[in-house]
Design a protein around this ligand. Structure first.
Ligand SMILES: Cc1cc2nc3c(=O)[nH]c(=O)nc-3n(C[C@H](O)[C@H](O)[C@H](O)COP(=O)(O)O)c2cc1C
Ligand SMILES: [Fe+2]
Ligand SMILES: [Fe+2]
Length: 398
């Protein structure tokens, strides 16, 4: 998509789709790419709201220039978020538009100096401040730690477009459709959940604060820095972030397991069978095959969690260790958790999984089964029983 797309008669999407980066933040796979959304408001004075990753500058500049009426330049760059996926090309943008004033709050300007050595031509704004472009009036709303300390949102009070930064964003290039009413919503909402859980989730409490703030604003279009622009149903995006940040799970169970030789897997299968026979939705992830970004997203979605792995060098199977550290860092809450493990001599994995459940104040669903080797018929019976108990736990409030 090489055109600048209009959001209103004088506000244009001048963002780019990135299908080249394999791992966002060098960590999270981008099966459907990602977009860096930037917007141009053409008025007496022209404002660019956020920019793109440096690598995509040529395309970005082309779109800006295509939307600029003859004789006009860009007067302001509003930086809602300093992360380099939105500011990487700032030095070159300043050269391309020599009268450019960089607009950010105190923390943004501090980071601008640290990242790019830029401390000239800056305009500091505070919460609630406004900037007149002519017909358009921009109003700034600070949303600290959503997900960096400097993050803010910019509301165009004239057109009712809320530029929300990373908040309400998602993975997924917007080539098949920029707007919520023209895209594959199911796919994009799945990518939004993966973005939320992997990038934002640790700051879920700040998301709640951000949502309270947004509730007091009057807007009709929600325009984040990644993923869909919500012009038909912006409340949908907000309610998704609301549910995810409250950590309200659906009645179902996500199974995350590791198994080298199949012993743990057999235990898992017995528990899963009991769940399936009770009609409980189950997603099963082999941690050696599925990237953690998908597993974490699925764990976030559902109320129930079944963790299972063998003991490895007296502790957790490494892929499980990685997953639990991620979940700890994201401050997972409100889950009902079952635990299964296999060992050969000392054990240790089950103990570590229990410690994880205790440390995060999650609800342990019994029985916990720790089987020696392949386990006995009685062990498998207890795995089945765990499945039954988990089914009861996640359907308790239906
Ligand atoms: C590299 C390696 C290290 C292991 N370390 C331990 C250990 O420290 N303590 C223990 O009880 N079992 C240990 N085991 C044994 C496994 O936990 C046991 O074989 C288990 O049944 C494997 O389950 P799986 O078939 O699901 O992979 C180890 C196995 C391997 C391959
Ligand atoms: Fe970010
Ligand atoms: Fe971002």
């Amino acid at each position: 998509m090489n055109r600048a797309l209009p959001l209103t008669d004088d506000t244009f999407w001048v963002g780019v789709n990135d299908r080249e980066t394999e791992l966002f933040e060098a960590l999270w796979p981008l099966a459907y790419g990602v977009s860096y959304n930037a917007y141009l408001i053409v008025d007496e004075r022209v404002a660019l709201i956020d920019a793109v990753k440096g690598h995509f500058l040529t395309e970005h500049l082309g779109k800006i220039q295509a939307s600029l009426p003859a004789g006009k330049t860009v007067d302001y760059l509003v930086i809602n978020h300093m992360e380099p996926d939105h500011t990487g090309a700032i030095q070159i943008l300043r050269k391309a538009f020599p009268h450019l004033t960089l607009v950010g709050n105190k923390k943004t300007l501090d980071m601008l100096a640290a990242f790019y050595g830029v401390d000239q031509d800056c305009l500091e704004v505070a919460d609630g401040d406004t900037l007149e472009l002519g017909r358009h009036r921009l109003q700034f709303h600070l949303t600290p730690m959503l997900h960096w300390p400097e993050t803010m949102m910019t509301l165009d009070t004239t057109t009712g477009v809320l530029f929300s930064g990373d908040a309400f964003g998602g993975f997924g290039a917007v080539e098949p459709g920029l707007f919520d009413d023209e895209a594959d919503r199911e796919l994009m909402e799945g990518e939004m959940l993966r973005y939320y859980t992997n990038i934002i989730a640790r700051y879920s409490q700040m998301v709640q604060k951000g949502i309270q703030k947004v509730k007091n604003l009057t807007f009709r279009v929600l325009a984040p820095t990644h993923g869909l622009v919500w012009r038909k149903d912006p409340q949908r995006a907000i309610s998704l972030y609301d549910v995810w940040s409250r950590q309200e799970g659906e009645p179902g169970v996500t199974v995350a397991y590791g198994s080298m030789y199949g012993n743990t897997q057999r235990l898992v299968e017995a528990a899963v069978r009991a769940l399936v026979e009770r009609g409980v939705p189950v997603a099963v992830h082999d941690l050696s095959r599925t990237h953690a970004s998908h597993v974490v997203a699925d764990i976030w979605r559902r109320q129930g969690l079944l963790l299972a792995c063998p003991t490895y060098n007296t502790g957790l199977f490494p892929a499980m260790d990685d997953l639990l550290r991620l979940l700890e860092n994201k401050m997972l809450r409100n889950k009902q958790v079952g635990i299964l493990g296999s060992y050969a001599w000392s054990g240790g994995a089950v103990k570590a999984m229990r410690q994880f459940v205790d440390a995060l104040h999650l609800e342990l669903v019994e029985p916990v089964v720790e089987a020696k080797g392949a386990g006995t018929a009685q062990d498998l019976e207890r795995c089945w029983e765990l499945g039954v108990r988990l089914a009861e736990a996640v359907t308790r409030n239906d």
